[in-house]
Design a protein around this ligand. Structure first.
Ligand SMILES: [Zn+2]
Length: 311
């Protein structure tokens, strides 16, 4: 049996849907054409105003999550907001109606789900991102009793903390980061430590060490503005002679233990520009460069920034 479902459009044409017959979809299409033709102005589609994409698609601890938000409504005046619980992450416009926030992850965090709340255009979208666990190498350090290195000075800590907190709206970097030194990598990011057999819960290697020769060039891995220059003579006891580059939008690089500094605060540097030389100043047991890459105050793994690029 064939059932016909018929309706008249505004031009009094009968449109029928043959439910059990052959190729009913052709009838459905005709029906829709009839409806659209008869009501050309009032047909509105539901707007999907908040589109969110998170990369990388399968992140692990140490990765930088890039939260990209597309808004449909231009000129509504405010950036969308990204939050995990009470913590908010700044968003910056990266194209018309397109915004991005970086969410850092680190080895001292617990792997698992991050519940992102994204608000904008008067809408809220909740998104669950799973961050996979990652095994980091472990070092066992034995300290003789009573021996401890001179700690950082108040001045040093204050200056470095202010530098790492920078969230400059301007984006200076473009594409993937280069190497800051041509030496081999002696310690990778994220290494954990035991001190005298006790696991240091808060410690992880907050950067990458390059075993470049003393005096070998240290160059900017990406463009930016020199926002920190510190010297042993000013009290930089742990960092030693240090340069910090602000790459913008919450991304900063720090270069420690330098023997020489070639830049001053406020300088704008290009990728590959000489900023100093490898040394062993501060808390260092031999010449090497420590490069730390920070996103919104947290040291993340520079490797994805070096090889994939993070926009
Ligand atoms: Zn290091």
């Amino acid at each position: 049996m064939t059932i016909k479902d018929c309706t008249k459009n505004s031009e009094n044409k009968l449109l029928c849907l043959n439910i059990t017959g052959d190729k009913p979809y052709r009838r459905v299409i005709n029906l829709f054409i009839g409806i659209v033709a008869s009501v050309p102005i009032t047909l509105t589609l539901p707007a999907d105003a908040l589109q969110v994409k998170v990369t990388p698609s399968n992140p692990e601890l140490g990765d930088t999550l890039s939260v990209i938000i597309n808004l449909d409504n231009p000129d509504n005046g405010s950036n969308p907001k990204v939050a995990i619980g009470e913590k908010t992450y700044p968003t910056f416009a990266i194209a018309p109606n397109k915004y991005r926030a970086f969410v850092p992850t680190t080895p001292v965090e617990t792997a698992g789900i991050r519940k992102l709340k994204i608000s904008g255009d008067g809408q809220v979208q909740n998104l669950a991102v799973t961050v996979r666990n990652r095994k980091f190498p472990v070092q066992r350090i034995t300290l003789p009793p009573g021996k401890s290195a001179d700690g950082a000075t108040e001045y040093e800590l204050k200056r470095v903390a202010a530098f790492k907190a920078l969230q400059t709206p301007q984006k200076y970097w473009n594409g993937s980061f280069g190497k800051p030194n041509t030496g081999r990598i002696s310690t990778i990011y994220g290494v954990r430590r035991y001190y005298n057999g006790k696991f240091a819960n808060d410690y992880y290697h907050r950067g990458v060490d390059y075993a470049g020769a003393a005096g070998s060039p240290v160059v900017a891995p990406a463009a930016g503005r020199v926002a920190l220059v510190g010297r042993v003579s000013q009290g930089f006891r742990v960092h030693g002679n240090v340069v910090g580059i602000d790459h913008g939008q919450g991304v900063v690089s720090i270069f420690m233990h330098l023997s020489r500094i070639n830049v001053k605060e406020g300088d704008i540097v290009k990728t590959g520009q000489l900023i100093g030389a490898v040394g062993s100043t501060g808390a260092s047991t031999g010449p090497h460069l420590h490069w730390g890459l920070y996103v919104n105050g947290q040291a993340i793994d520079p490797v994805p920034w070096r090889f994939n690029g993070v926009e």
